[in-house]
Design a protein around this ligand. Structure first.
Ligand code: 3HC
Length: 315
């Protein structure tokens, strides 16, 4: 039984093994901190094996830096690294996730994809497992409704919770915790405790569009883009004003490039659609940038040009 599993565990919260779905920037960051700070085993899954390989190389880089800075010795770094394992392609169906206590879904912001994943997780994860999502704007109550075990028809909505991390996950100290309408209070408590084990401070938000963070951040970024497109100032002057005038680590246009302009647009669209309030209307320029494939740092071109990767060819 779930209770039995909990009492057998080494940690009071019963979480020894975590699965992360999605080996993108967020998924890798979450895996790294779970293994390093919370000290749990991590199983990382992605539809692209190449993406996992790339992610694990990044983990090696991060651990290498820790050793170089003297924050960790080689032995500790190897121990952390050995806790993170790649799931095989059909791992979920093949029982590889049978020991997982908590899963964090961290795939891109696409409702249909996330719903499919929640239905698969509800079907294949052990009965006690907590199903968390790193969504930045999708309703947890909606995701919870799709957590139905396909074999028994049973709903696992009570075990679903929002677990919203910030980029870069190893540096940012916050996790926003979002209960779905269906979430069991004990699941919420366990998730909170685990975020704390990961060294994070937790805030709690109702299941409303954008939660606390993106409800405030995205209109701010969007307003900076409107200031740029209406000729209020240059991009450099907009960013410098916020950076030096308000002590933000990055100006809003740099931050938008860092987050990804597609992500910013998709969150504004959720805010707009779900509230119907025109104050959340995405700027025309933001939409055009995304259409052009100028997605920010990850594509090499956003409001600024990044030399690490060439910009995409014109379509
Ligand atoms: N992974 C791990 N560590 C990283 C990292 C990464 N991707 N990027 C930077 N770091 C570490 C560096 O190693 C360094 O560590 P050290 O102090 O131990 O040497 C430390 O962070 C500082 O890095 P740098 O000196 O290279 O650069 P900065 O001082 O400029 O810091 C920054 C970089 C932390 C990204 C800082 O500019 C910042 O805080 N920016 C704002 C980030 C932000 O607002 N994030 C939230 C985005 S919104 C979001 O994620 C929610 C979503 O729903 C949209």
């Amino acid at each position: 039984s779930p209770a039995c599993k909990r009492s057998l565990s080494t940690d009071a919260d019963g979480i020894d093994k975590v699965a992360v779905i999605g080996a993108g920037q967020m998924g890798i960051g979450i895996s790294y901190v779970a293994a390093k700070t919370a000290g749990v085993d991590v199983l990382i899954s992605d539809r692209s094996a190449q993406q996992i390989t790339k992610g694990l190389q990044f983990v090696d880089t991060l651990l290498g830096k820790e050793v170089k800075k003297g924050k960790m010795n080689n032995e500790e770094a190897n121990r952390v690294r050995s806790r993170i394992k790649a799931a095989s392609e059909n791992g979920l169906q093949d029982g590889e996730f049978a020991e997982v206590d908590l899963v964090v879904e961290a795939v891109s912001e696409n409702l249909a994809v996330k719903q499919t994943i929640f239905s698969q997780l509800a079907t294949h994860l052990p009965p006690h497992a907590i199903l968390a999502s790193n969504t930045s704007s999708i309703s947890l109550s909606t995701l919870a409704a799709s957590a139905i075990d396909q074999k028994t028809g049973q709903s696992r909505a009570r075990q679903v919770v929002g677990f919203h991390f910030f980029n870069p996950v190893p540096v940012m100290k916050l996790v926003e915790l979002i209960p779905a309408l269906q979430t069991d209070p004990s699941v919420l408590d366990t998730a909170r405790g685990f975020a704390e084990r990961m060294g994070k401070t937790v805030t709690q938000s109702a299941d409303t569009p954008g939660f606390i963070s993106n409800r405030l951040l995205m209109p701010f970024i969007n307003e900076a883009i409107i200031a740029l497109e209406t000729g209020v100032a240059t991009k450099e002057d907009i960013d410098t004003t916020l950076k030096l005038g308000m002590n933000h680590p990055m100006g809003p246009l740099t931050l938008a490039d860092f987050i990804g302009l597609d992500t910013c647009l998709s969150i504004m669209e959720v805010l707009m659609r779900e509230t119907g309030d025109s104050k959340y209307r995405p700027s025309v320029l933001l939409g055009r940038m995304v259409s052009a494939g100028y997605l920010g740092k990850k594509s090499g071109q956003g409001f600024y040009t990044y030399t690490a990767r060439p910009p995409p060819p014109p379509q």
